[in-house]
Ligand binder design. Sequence first.
Ligand code: ADP
Length: 442
Amino acid sequence: MALLRVNSVSIECVMGDIADQPGVGAIVNAANARLLPGGGVAGAIHRAAGPGLEKECGPLAPIRPGEAVVTGGHNLPNPYVIHCLGPVYGTDEPAATLLADCYRNALGIAEEKGIRSIAFPAISTGIFGYPVEEATGIALKTVVEETPRLRSVRHIRFVLFGNRDLRVYEQALGKLQAGTPALLIDLDGVLYVGEKAVAGSLETVQWLNGNGIPHLFVTNTSSRPGSALVEKLARFGIHTDEKRIFSPPVAASQWLATHAPGKAALFVPEATKAEFGRLEELDRHAESGASSVVIGDLGKQWTFPVLNRAFRLLMAQPKPLLVALGMTRYWQGTDGLLLDVAPFVKALEHAAGCEAVVLGKPSKAFFDAGLDILGCKPADAIMIGDDIAGDVQGAQRAGMKGILVRTGKFRPGDLEGEIKPDAVLDSIAELPDWWKESVKLP
Ligand code: ADP
């Protein structure tokens, strides 16, 4: 079963009999002009509904191609039947418009009746001869386009009668899904600042979930493990799992396994070490023998001896690789701005005469790895963050759109530089409205 969610409406396709759809508010009849039983869909519906349906239909007939009328469901498990007359292919013109009218008018009636779920057959594709591929494109495009206007309809089901038709629908739905834009969300400064949630962040995440918008929480935090971030989000009512948290340690452990196998000297807090999985750690006092020197946000644990040990490791032969878990310069703590990873990496690069491999924002390799997880092309992805350089510029350089929020570390001066965000929002609370306005739906 294929499923697409657009504007809080789920669109699915299943194989089955349109006359056997319990739990659905209205089924749609691929009717004939006189609203008589006949064969195909109409025959199946009238047989299941009983003679009462034909009687109720009498005074409503005839209808014109593209038109829709509603009756009760009689003996059917559904309260309503919406009868549409599809165009006869090659006769009723313009066929595409008339077919789209059927879906649009049926949804209009469903809205008037306050119906939550509706099931459609593949109108006109039987004896009316409309080629299935063409008709499927029109049906899906029309219902997707209608979704922003729907208030009561929340589930749209296409009931296909055979395997071949189901496959055509599944493929068309799959294509729509593939173009679905995905969102990368920075955590600190966007969803929360320190221990305080940003107003509206919970509602926005619920909106993302409700609309099936693929997303990852992307953080340069290397001071806390993913599990701690999941717990922190839960305290704000935001429930997610570790797989949705994409951080430099996750990216680095994968990357180091192939690019610098051997012992890694980890300059990260103890709690984060588990994130590196099976990566072998160098003895914590050793001053040589590292394949890589990995620099994370050690915060207050940075002391002269600690920084100097990293320097000595880098000066040893054979030279290890210097790996930076992000290149964030500073972050907004509860008591003011705090130094992050970049200043320490810069000091080490300068002293040891080497250049770090960056696995974290704003490196393109890092964003690419995140998009791989989402199965999304950069052009279809949007990053939202409070860091004009790390989030917005990094995303734009990776081929994505970058949105800046005026929360967290945002300073008005950020907008005076060369980097031009694709949008500037007061906070993440404004994202749903922006999205509805600006993101092209499939
Ligand atoms: P039309 O006259 O609009 O072409 P048909 O009823 O002849 O309508 O067929 C429309 C589509 O519905 C065809 O693909 C047909 O295979 C399919 N179909 C036929 N019977 C059923 C049924 N009971 N449930 C769902 N789909 C059906």
